[in-house]
Design a protein around this ligand. Structure first.
Ligand code: 5AD
Ligand code: SF4
Length: 470
């Protein structure tokens, strides 16, 4: 048994990450032919992409995916720790799996992802969830075949979670869910340690993939006909700082743009690391989408300081204005937390006034959730839950107003849409615009999925737009 250690996860010791290429041991190839797996993924795009690797590995082992967990031989939850409700959902699901295991004792139940990296979660699994056979973390996905094989052999509780990885594994098998849009990781982990956030503990320190590995992956996606890549990292614009002296996110974005992939998106950016070079490159290349996710978290300098965000309201707004000025037609989205310890009504009003100024195109709004082991947990001035809920409601009323207003500005305009799917209604398609807005549209002609078409907008809603192909 290998358990995570919170102190080690928080340490800043320099690690010399070794890079190795994965290949599946012949003993495991197709060993589980005829067996079925069920996988449920919670959380962010990083987790979704990890799941694409997990599915890739399981398929190479011979497993087949099923959507009904009662039909599976291996049931796995890829979990998220970011807020308490993500925890509760995963534990709730484990309860259902437990019943199934009572009638089918040979099934294997697994838990991986961010929750597995938490010491307190592993303690709980050992004490009260003995029926969970396999626990592995975010740093050893490549060991899944060995660990799963062991679990099928012993049917006991096998916990193998590393506090930090020492290897950066390339060429993991990948089974991509979407045939036109792909995720590409460029950097793992986060060094920012915002005081509310558990990510630096569950995902480790920042470590970038080599530029040639990233470009090779994007080039092969282009060859396979992919139309869009989303470049992923907890903090994408810290790219390269741990690896190079003169090659960072701006340079990488430019090289990715030169591969000719039709659409490039990236997330998430920390305002502190957003360089002028990045803005210039985004403005220069048509295939870098004018859509930037730039979490602000709060509009109050006092709260930003206790959150450890490293910028002031004024610095955020200066960056926001610069991006708006230099990148034509850009849409900016954000993340905002309400009810952080010590947030007064005045602080909250500062957040509302920042939203009134920025008029975000999209905003993910959250109630502050205490995470065990993060510094914010120890702060005084906890805000009562009813006040947090009331502030979220008021904030949502304002952000929604601007979503609709921004969408209304697109009425009778033409937008470019990547055709992603056909909806149930006849002749109706859907896809996302350059600026990442969901567009439902009609076309009398049959459209090829994965093509990029011009759509004229007829109706604006708060979270989507309706139109027709031109
Ligand atoms: N409570 C509430 N929201 C959080 N986020 C991160 N940690 C917490 C927390 N403890 C939000 C931030 C981040 C987004 C991914 O999740 O807004 O940008
Ligand atoms: Fe968490 Fe993002 Fe802050 Fe990193 S930058 S600690 S992932 S909120």
């Amino acid at each position: 048994m290998l358990l995570p250690n919170a102190k080690e996860e928080a340490s800043f010791d320099k690690i010399d990450y070794k890079r190795h290429e994965f290949s599946l041991d012949d003993n495991y190839k197709n060993k589980y032919k005829g067996k079925k797996f069920f996988l449920k993924t919670y959380g962010c795009q990083m987790n979704e992409h990890d799941s694409e690797n997990i599915v890739g590995l399981l398929k190479e082992m011979g497993f087949e995916e099923v959507e009904d967990y009662t039909k599976a031989d291996f049931l796995l939850l890829n979990t998220c720790s970011i807020r308490e409700n993500a925890h509760n959902k995963a534990f709730g699901m484990l309860g259902r799996f437990k019943h199934l295991k009572e009638s089918k004792p040979n099934i294997i139940i697994g838990l991986c992802g961010c929750m597995a990296q938490e010491e307190s979660v592993c303690d709980e699994l050992i004490k009260n969830y003995k029926f969970v056979n396999l626990v592995f973390g975010t740093h050893n996905i490549d060991k899944l075949p060995i660990l799963l094989d062991k679990a099928f052999t012993n049917n006991k509780q096998n916990i193998e979670v590393l506090s930090r990885e020492s290897d950066l594994v390339e060429k993991l098998p990948v089974f991509r869910v979407n045939k036109y849009k792909a995720y590409v990781n460029i950097i793992y982990g986060c060094n920012k340690f915002c005081t509310y956030c558990i990510v630096p503990y569950t995902r480790g320190r920042e470590h970038s993939r080599k530029r040639e590995d990233i470009l090779e992956e994007v080039n092969s996606l282009v060859k396979d006909g992919y139309k869009e890549v989303t470049i992923l990292g907890q903090n994408v614009n810290a790219y390269g700082k741990d690896l190079y002296d003169d090659y960072f996110m701006g340079e990488l974005l430019e090289d990715i743009a030169k591969t000719g992939i039709p659409r490039i998106r990236f997330m998430t950016s920390h305002p502190w690391d957003f360089t002028d070079k990045m803005i210039d490159v985004i403005a220069k290349y048509d295939n870098i989408m004018p859509s930037i996710h730039l979490p602000v978290q709060s509009g109050s300098n006092k709260v930003l300081k206790t959150m450890g965000r490293r910028y002031t309201r004024e610095q955020y707004l200066e960056l926001f204005d610069k991006i708006k000025k230099k990148v034509p037609g850009v849409c900016v989205s954000t993340d905002i937390i309400v009810g952080f310890p010590g947030e007064s009504e005045e602080d909250f009003l500062e957040t509302l006034s920042l939203v009134e100024y920025c008029k975000f195109d999209n905003a993910f709004t959250f109630i502050y959730s205490e995470r065990v082991g993060t510094p914010a947990c120890r702060l005084k001035g906890s805000i009562p839950m009813n006040v947090r809920e009331e502030r979220l409601q008021r904030l949502n009323d304002v952000v929604n107003k601007y979503f609709l207003e921004n969408n209304q500005k697109l009425l009778h305009k033409t937008v470019k849409v990547l055709v992603e799917g056909i909806s149930d209604k006849k002749n109706m398609y859907f896809g996302y615009s350059d600026t990442n807005k969901l567009i439902n549209f009609i076309s009398d002609k049959q459209l090829e999925l994965g093509s990029i078409v011009d759509v004229e907008i007829d109706i604006a809603h708060t979270w989507s737009l309706d139109g027709r192909v031109k």
